[in-house]
Design a protein around this ligand. Structure first.
Ligand code: URA
Length: 197
């Protein structure tokens, strides 16, 4: 474990049984923006990369809208192995994988951590979270003993079964880019810089 890549972990018997592979985080080691999802689904388990299925397309598209490519950001999950039948990871599984997530956040040291959905939001904020109500709210959380800025976001999959979540999702991604100062928001002021030249 170099802070980013977990190999051969066998801490969670049910997940060792259900996974095809461990899905580590993807993206630059010095990204300003780090997204945390719940855990790999079938596509991620097959391809070995987080958010490569339909949820991933929703995320990619919202990133593109604010001038970002997925290769500009770091994307990871609370647990790195696919839970059986896509069930939520258990408290024990979340806790078994916590050290890996903390080490990754520590290593990347992003400007902003964005939690995608209820499981990562509650896991990192350590309280119950009404995600749709709190989406776009900037909070501080201690993660691995370090104070981090965290932005709660609805899970991209929520937009697929509830169209009304689309705007919330896109607005939150735009806010994330602004807070982290990346993509179209790079430079911070949001004003034209043509006058600089
Ligand atoms: N949903 C998640 O929470 N994580 C993934 O990697 C894919 C879908």
């Amino acid at each position: 474990m170099d802070g980013l890549c977990v190999e051969g972990c066998e801490r969670c018997p049910a997940l060792v049984e259900s996974r095809s592979r461990i899905v580590n985080g993807a993206g630059p080691e010095d990204a300003d923006l780090l997204f945390v999802g719940e855990g790999p689904g079938a596509n991620e388990d097959e391809q070995g990369e987080p958010f490569v299925g339909r949820s991933g397309s929703v995320l990619d598209s919202a990133l593109r809208d604010v001038g970002l490519d997925r290769s500009d950001v770091r994307i990871t999950n609370c647990v790195r192995c696919r839970p059986p039948e896509n069930r939520d990871p258990s408290t024990e599984e979340l806790s078994n994988c916590r050290g890996y997530l903390e080490a990754e956040i520590d290593r990347v040291d992003p400007e902003l951590v964005v939690t995608l959905g209820k499981v990562p939001s509650e896991h990192l904020l350590d309280r119950s979270v009404a995600v749709t109500k709190e989406a776009g709210d900037l909070q501080d959380a201690r993660i691995g003993g370090v104070s981090r800025r965290v932005l709660v976001c609805v899970h991209p999959a929520a937009t697929l079964y509830d169209r009304s979540q689309e705007e919330t999702f896109e607005t939150t991604i735009a806010r994330a880019a602004e807070v982290a100062g990346v993509g179209d928001a790079e430079g911070g002021s949001g004003q034209s810089r043509l006058g600089d030249y």
